[in-house]
Design a protein around this ligand. Structure first.
Ligand code: LLP
Length: 424
């Protein structure tokens, strides 16, 4: 389980703060992140990849809380963003525009204009239509847009189907066979400064082999483009580095860095990676309270106050997040609990937990690996308020996002005046 949690006098503490104290203060459920673990993760990854000339951009979609982003930004980490909202968050957290890369298949004209205005480092282009739009907007603004073409290398990342992105039939990137002609065409367009290529093959990748295949294909493509007289100065190698699971270890950082060096290290390109999960997931937990225990048809349910709207990964990807009770272990083994939330969907089910011991209503439980794709994917389904986020650091804690209470939502739904149809 998360190494930054330890038991003092029987109760589980995060960076020296009893999670039960935070629960009294902010109520359950809540997300809790460790600032020191965020910093350690970035520092360890940067130390492994910087000797091979790679810079790190955090994939903001994994955890976009301003205070989390600020921890990374202060250390010099760049950001990978996929929307105008993420751009504003990255900038507000203190990331210099020249460390921000804009990915994503559906950038709007407004988002492209804003990216060019603030001077982002790079826009990763995902289609011919987007290339033409960026060129047109930049030209009209009297600028040259710094772009890279995102390649779909047709590599299966060997991960869950819903988080794989580089098979031939995926919506992401431009088919590798179409790149040479498009790269040449783009290089001649006045509104563009074509800097290189980008690739991202999927998420929670536990083996280095798919990275090796994708980056080797990228290296071959660079050589082909250079042979045709084109300039390729930058390569964005994407995110996707896995964090391991209860049954599988995470890929070794040194081996990951070596794979980069062996595939694209000799090309003289500026290199970057875009990890999200690896940097943030282990630094966060979700704390929840047991509401009821219920036995039904031989199954032992513990109904908890966190639900699929708060942590969507089990419902969406059958992900299993390890859990432990906050209280000291009780005598006896207890049943294999099925942890379920209160939302009216059968998929509001966190799965089977055989090692929690005997439980009682009011017990607090902690889900691990919740610092990435937890809060950012949450919703208000069943009119459940978004849960608060807390940061612990050096024996202290503070609220970094308030619970969004119902009055806010009721206020947003006050109707405007009726507007008469203009076509009548
Ligand atoms: N770069 C691009 C272009 C991406 O699309 C993504 C993730 C990343 C980087 C970061 O990937 P990471 O290092 O975090 O694996 N919601 C899913 C994960 C979806 C990832 C989407 N793209 C989950 O909870 O497992």
């Amino acid at each position: 389980f998360s190494g930054w949690l330890d038991r003092r006098n029987g109760t589980l503490c995060a960076d020296g703060v009893a999670l039960s104290q935070i629960a009294v203060e902010v109520g359950t459920p809540f997300y809790c992140y460790s600032a020191s673990v965020l910093r350690q993760r970035y520092t360890a990854l940067a130390a492994a990849v910087s000797p091979v000339g790679v810079s790190v951009c955090f994939a903001v979609k994994a955890n976009s809380n301003l205070n989390v982003l600020a921890e990374f930004a202060r250390l010099g980490c760049g950001m990978d963003i996929v929307s105008g909202g993420e751009m504003e968050r990255a900038l507000a957290a203190g990331t210099p525009a020249e460390r921000i890369i804009f990915s994503g298949v559906g950038k709007t004209r407004d988002e492209i204009r804003r990216a060019l205005e603030v001077g982002l480092h790079q826009i990763n282009i995902e289609s011919v239509a987007e290339l033409e739009t960026v060129a047109e907007i930049a030209h009209a603004m009297g600028l040259r847009a710094p772009v890279a073409l995102r390649v779909n290398p047709d590599v299966d990342a060997g991960t869950h189907a819903k988080i794989t992105t580089a098979r031939k039939d995926s919506k992401f990137g431009i088919a590798i066979g179409e790149i040479p002609a498009l790269y040449a065409r783009a290089s001649a367009m006045p509104g563009l400064e074509v800097l290189g290529l980008a690739v991202h093959i999927g998420s929670q990748i536990q083996s280095l082999a798919p990275f090796q295949r994708a980056w080797s294909a990228l290296a071959d493509l660079v050589r082909e483009l250079r042979d045709a007289g084109l300039t390729v100065a930058r390569l964005d190698l994407g995110g996707g580095l896995g964090i391991g699971s209860e049954t599988e270890p995470a890929p070794d950082l040194e081996a990951y860095a070596r794979t980069i060096a062996e595939t694209v290290g000799d090309l003289g390109c500026a290199l970057n990676i875009e990890p999200g999960r690896w940097l943030a997931a282990p630094a966060g937990v979700l704390v929840t309270e047991v509401t009821y225990l219920k036995e039904s048809s031989g199954a032992d349910f513990a109904v908890i106050d966190a639900a699929m709207n708060d942590l969507m990964r089990p419902a969406l990807y059958d992900a299993h997040h390890a859990a432990v009770p906050i209280h000291a272990p009780r005598p006896g083994s207890g049943p294999a609990w099925r942890l379920v939330g209160p939302v009216c969907e059968s998929s509001d089910d966190f799965g089977s937990y055989p090692n929690l011991g005997p439980l009682e209503p009011g017990d607090l439980l902690v889900f691990g690996s919740a610092g990435a794709y937890g809060a950012t994917m949450s919703s208000t389904y069943n009119s459940r308020p978004l849960v608060p986020e807390v940061m612990v650091d050096d024996g202290r804690f503070r609220l970094i996002r308030k619970r969004a209470e119902m009055d806010l939502f009721l206020e947003l739904e006050k109707p405007s005046d009726w507007v008469a149809a203009a076509n009548g």
